[in-house]
Design a protein around this ligand. Sequence first.
Ligand code: ADP
Ligand code: ADP
Ligand code: ZN
Length: 216
Amino acid sequence: MKMVLLGPPGAGKGTQAKSISNRYSIPHISTGDIFRGNISQNTPLGIEAKMYMDKGQLVPDKVTINMVKDRLQQEDCKKGYLLDGFPRTVSQAESLHKFLHLREESLDTALLIEVPRDFIRERMTGRRVCPSCGASYHMKFNPALDGKCELCGSDVVQRKDDAEETVKERLDVYERQTQPLIDFYKNKDLLSVVDGTKAINEVFEGICSILGSHKN
Ligand code: ADP
Ligand code: ADP
Ligand code: ZN
């Protein structure tokens, strides 16, 4: 199965991606996690990406698209994959579409986790993340016991770009640059939508009933 996850920052993409990736045995590819990994290793890519991420803006398309194409050509992607946080612009979506088309492949679905803007602030300010494996927690909705990641034991931290001023910019960027992808995938008859305002496990059940019929 090949799929992309759409939804505003804080919708629960990363949270659901971990469960989907487990259930369907496909790699979870998060562009945000790849950038953060590069930042912590201080690579040239990380140094460039950080300038944009700290401001809540998107990393330029060219850099991002090349990075994803490289990733999708790795061996583990042969059986399918789950893209989280990519595409985020129409140009990224078109590049992905061309990439797949050239290989005579196609996406199975673009799944939108729909969450209204009013929910986002609380989700983002309470978010804590694992710097090692990227798992997401929430102070109120999904606490990390003793502040440790339950998957790998690292201490969870707050993301710098989850500060209130940056969140506002990220939501504006989402509405301007990413929201148009909803129509892009609707027009290709690939869009499916799940209500992301429910509890984490209920959202996952909703996703499984949408994906249920898909085979690898
Ligand atoms: P995204 O990857 O879309 O930015 P995350 O998966 O990191 O979103 O979720 C954002 C925050 O909201 C995290 O703190 C996460 O624990 C929490 N969260 C995710 N899904 C839900 C949900 N259905 N209900 C309440 N909180 C949630
Ligand atoms: P969230 O989970 O809140 O949606 P991400 O971890 O996906 O956030 O992304 C964090 C930041 O990384 C974005 O604000 C942006 O600066 C950068 N980024 C991630 N994916 C992309 C992308 N596909 N194109 C451009 N920038 C991206
Ligand atoms: Zn972890």
